[in-house]
Ligand binder design. Sequence first.
Ligand code: DX5
Ligand code: ZN
Length: 208
Amino acid sequence: MKIGASFLKSKNIPNDLEKLNETDVDFIHVDVADGKFVKNKTLPYKEMKYIYRYTSKRLDVHLMVDNPSAYIPLYAELNTEFITFHVETLEDIEKNLKLIKEYSIKCGLAINPDTKISELIPYLPFLDMILVMSVTPGFGGQEFMENTENRVNELKELLDSYNIKAWICVDGGINDKVIDKCRNASMVVAGSYITNSDNFQEKISSLR
Ligand code: DX5
Ligand code: ZN
């Protein structure tokens, strides 16, 4: 199981990123919220771009924004492995997936808890990852939604039926109590479970 660490709830981002750098976490999950697609608003890119000062880990960028096309070229400049935006956005999805690919970056689609898994079907052949939200997006520290397990299993069956190898990732409310509900996923993203603790590595190891 791969682990991405989200610093959305961090009280000291540089410090927590440096601490995460000392762990074996696989990716730094960068939550980008515009205050429109979701109620929360994260740091503007002109501040976020200095993230390279504090981490040498590859970035997994999660765009919770109305207009991904404005953000993709910016986050493509960083040490980015994945850029994911939401299937619920109103922009042309295929065009934005192609835009990510133009930068030789892996592309993903995120799906909200109340959106039907079948909405993803037209885009499956283009995707490197699907980010299944296990909370309503916007804020860290929320409770894992129980129906996520069924949604992950439904998606896994769908991918297998099309013989598609995209990663399934689960994002939100992850801790050692719910991790067994995510065993069909390739990666989980954990935020407050890691950053609220004094021993980041212990928490990360408990999820593998
Ligand atoms: C939710 C974000 C998640 C979140 C994870 O809007 O997309 O990445 O920060 O944090 P925890 O693990 O605290 O739910
Ligand atoms: Zn996220």
